[in-house]
Ligand binder design. Sequence first.
Ligand SMILES: Cc1cc2nc3c(=O)[nH]c(=O)nc-3n(C[C@H](O)[C@H](O)[C@H](O)COP(=O)(O)O)c2cc1C
Ligand code: SF4
Ligand code: SF4
Length: 246
Amino acid sequence: METIVYFFSGTGNSRKTAESIAARLENARAVPIGAASLADFSGSDAAVGFVFPILMFGVPTFVLSKMRAVSAGFAGSSSKRYVFAVATHGGNPAASCDQIDRALKLKRKRVAHFSLEIPRKKFDADAYERRVSEISTFVGERRLPPFDSPRLSSRLLTVLVNPMGNAFMNPKFSAGASCVGCGACARLCPTGNISMIGGKPSWGKKCDTCFGCVNWCPSAAITGKMADAFRYRSPLASSAEELFVR
Ligand SMILES: Cc1cc2nc3c(=O)[nH]c(=O)nc-3n(C[C@H](O)[C@H](O)[C@H](O)COP(=O)(O)O)c2cc1C
Ligand code: SF4
Ligand code: SF4
């Protein structure tokens, strides 16, 4: 049976993880989540997965909107379909699983939730490989992992802090004089929020603050609120080109 692994990735961890899971399975492919649509599921019994980062104690809003769209395409087959979600994070996924169940309109025990911590400092390649292999085995066998219900403190972070972050964190990115107009930022933005106008990037209003554009700009030309606080490139990727989605 086919497996489709949708990914949303800013700095590279989730994309590389999705590709790694797909490579370990038979008849599986990793697909940018921007390409997800209802039509993908008409007449198909494919297993469907989502791999994404935790941003400010929640699931990126773009991912949740795509999950809602895709779940409508499950109509009539949701009781049989295997659905999984892999949250990559730096140590605190909070109660993101609650957001996922709601967006997919599936009951708690219907979604295979996996948490994959990728520490920003001291990345342990062996531990990462072991966890990805473990997740891939669960997915390959269509099994649900044991589930720990989030604590109240985690739920408060996701219910209260996450929407505040989404509403108020506007990085107001701009490209400085060192921008060479290569378009890498526009090609890797997972929400399609960057257009090249007159050879320079222009940011729209659907930024999910993944900081992919800032961190992978080859000229370090992009500045914006909090840009220095979130300096990070996935240790799993070695070039911006590997992360292009368009
Ligand atoms: C703006 C921002 C907010 C983040 N918030 C959290 C968080 O609340 N909890 C956490 O564990 N990690 C957090 N992280 C870390 C990311 O979830 C982690 O690095 C993830 O693997 C990045 O995935 P990507 O490389 O596919 O974008 C945050 C990262 C960014 C850029
Ligand atoms: S990636 Fe950097 S150098 Fe390339 S167009 Fe974007 S801002 Fe300019
Ligand atoms: S504009 Fe930059 S930070 Fe915002 S979603 Fe796109 S790549 Fe991520």
